[in-house]
Design a protein around this ligand. Sequence first.
Ligand code: NAG
Ligand code: NAG
Length: 147
Amino acid sequence: MKNFIFVFILFATLITVNAAPYQFDKRATTFKPCPDGLPSPNVIMTPDPLVPGQSAKFNVSGTLMNDLFKGLADLRIRFSDSKRQRLIGDPYYQNFNESFPAGTPFSIVAPKVDVPSDLTNKYVIEVVIESELLTDIYGCSLADGEK
Ligand SMILES: *[C@@H]1O[C@H](CO)[C@@H](O)[C@H](O)[C@H]1NC(C)=O
Ligand SMILES: *[C@@H]1O[C@H](CO)[C@@H](O)[C@H](O)[C@H]1NC(C)=O
């Protein structure tokens, strides 16, 4: 009986360990800081992975070192080829409609971002918090996507 329980626990552990990486793979896209060393906001995309030619919701949140003023700060999302040399489609822009002081958590939800239908097999998603008007960049995250 003892042996049976031991084998059962071992078996259950093995199944859990095997299942974990699979679930990890399924929640496909991992955002990381851009090479410029700016703070890297969290990005949740729905659906994830993206579907070319359809729209997606982006929820971008975090804490930055700059004040974000409504009407001045914006969210930019753009797609490029895997080497980040060629843009695919037009960038998406959305102004902040709420202000967030520096050092406090912000979030902005882009409800409907068009995902280009002509995405390359491997591509890069770039999510930037900036002020296009002031030509300032406050935060940036990147992720590799795959069709
Ligand atoms: C966006 O993400 C933040 C942080 O995870 C969460 O608190 C918030 O509820 C989300 N908003 C929407 C509309 O999904
Ligand atoms: C900002 O816009 C979002 C969606 O676009 C909306 O849900 C939210 O209520 C707006 N906030 C303010 C303060 O107007």
